[in-house]
Design a protein around this ligand. Structure first.
Ligand code: UD1
Length: 312
């Protein structure tokens, strides 16, 4: 019987959490329906009990929650531009799936759901860094869907006594992130292109900045969130990031050094729904979880480029 369930286990973040749990000798069940998850991400996770299924189906949710104590809910249809193109699909795979999962988790007696929240809920308010006392102001369907999920988690804590926790991730990157779709995270796209000698495109002027967070920091935050005392974390949401930001232009320069790319970037139209700057205040996660980023951006980028180089 699995103690932990990881949803989106064939996705970048889900597979990374599952790998860390397995490395600790935990019993893990994973679920994915391969809408964006990849079968190759399951390589190395053979000790995990894997269920292929869609969380928009309540029967699947009931099945995967049975016997589980803690859920890491990473399944989602990530990407801001994808949600602009197809808000209904984003809603179905983020909001409907999350509510189905929570209902099933409650019925199965799951103690805690740790949820992949998103920095996008802060919208484009100019205040920096973003801190949790700020009112959410989502500006895209993706951000609305992610925010709905965290409100559902908090409500289920409040009315049913579940110990749910939301971690608002800021631009996660690292090994196993899919570089192949134009909905992929920017660093995955740039690593793949620049290693192949292809010109990357910067949307806008490249002055936009992000608090890019290396995957190991996000995995560590999840493990801390699973273990933290319920009275401290139940119903809470907090930023998970590094607390420093870098512009896309600066990132491109760093990547030139790491990938040996000699060209210039192409500059295209700014992307609809893009925000200019994103930077997190990470004091709350430190206070509630004892979280501190272990891998800084430069080291994370170096490891990521190495991984894509070997994966090519
Ligand atoms: C957003 C959310 C993040 C969410 C993620 C899911 C914010 C601040 N962040 O990240 O919480 O988890 O979506 O996908 O809302 N870009 C290029 N060239 C490319 C691709 C992207 O210049 O080929 C630019 C984008 O226009 C953007 C930046 O890179 O300015 C980052 O884009 P992306 O990696 O898609 O992430 P966000 O939209 O910031």
């Amino acid at each position: 019987m699995a103690k932990y369930l990881v949803t989106g286990a064939a996705g970048f973040i889900g597979r990374s959490i599952a790998a860390a749990l397995l490395a600790r000798g935990e019993s893990v069940r994973g679920v994915d329906h391969f809408l964006t998850g990849k079968r190759e991400n399951l390589v190395g996770l053979e000790a995990m009990e894997f269920v292929e299924g869609d969380l928009t189906d309540p029967v699947v949710c009931a099945h995967v929650c049975s016997g589980v104590e803690i859920v890491f809910h990473e399944a989602a249809l990530a990407s801001v531009p994808r949600s602009v193109a197809d808000p209904i699909a984003t809603n179905r795979n983020c909001v409907d799936a999350t509510l189905n999962l929570l209902v099933a988790a409650r019925e199965a007696g799951v103690r805690r759901v740790v949820y992949a929240g998103s920095s996008s809920v802060y919208g484009e308010t100019p205040t920096l860094p973003k801190h949790e006392e700020m009112l959410p102001a989502p500006i895209t369907p993706y951000a609305v869907a992610k925010l709905a999920g965290e409100h559902y988690l908090a409500a289920f804590s409040r009315v049913y006594g579940m110990e749910n926790v939301t971690l608002r991730y800021f631009n996660v990157f690292g090994p196993h992130q899919d570089p192949a779709s134009h909905y992929s995270g920017v660093l995955a796209i740039f690593c793949r292109k620049m290693l192949a000698g292809e010109q990357p495109t910067i949307h806008g002027d490249g002055a936009q900045s992000r608090d890019f967070t290396y995957i190991d920091n996000v995995v560590a935050a999840n493990l801390l969130a699973a273990a933290a005392p319920g009275e401290k974390v139940a119903g809470r949401f907090m930023n998970v990031a590094t607390g420093s930001a870098i512009s896309l232009n600066q990132t491109f320069d760093l990547l030139c050094g790491l990938t040996n790319y000699k060209g210039k970037p192409a500059y295209g139209e700014p992307r609809s729904g893009d925000i200019k700057h994103s930077l997190a205040d990470i004091r709350l996660a430190k206070e509630l979880l004892g979280y501190a980023p272990q891998v800084d951006f430069a080291e994370g980028l170096r490891r990521t480029v190495e991984w894509y180089r070997n994966a090519q």
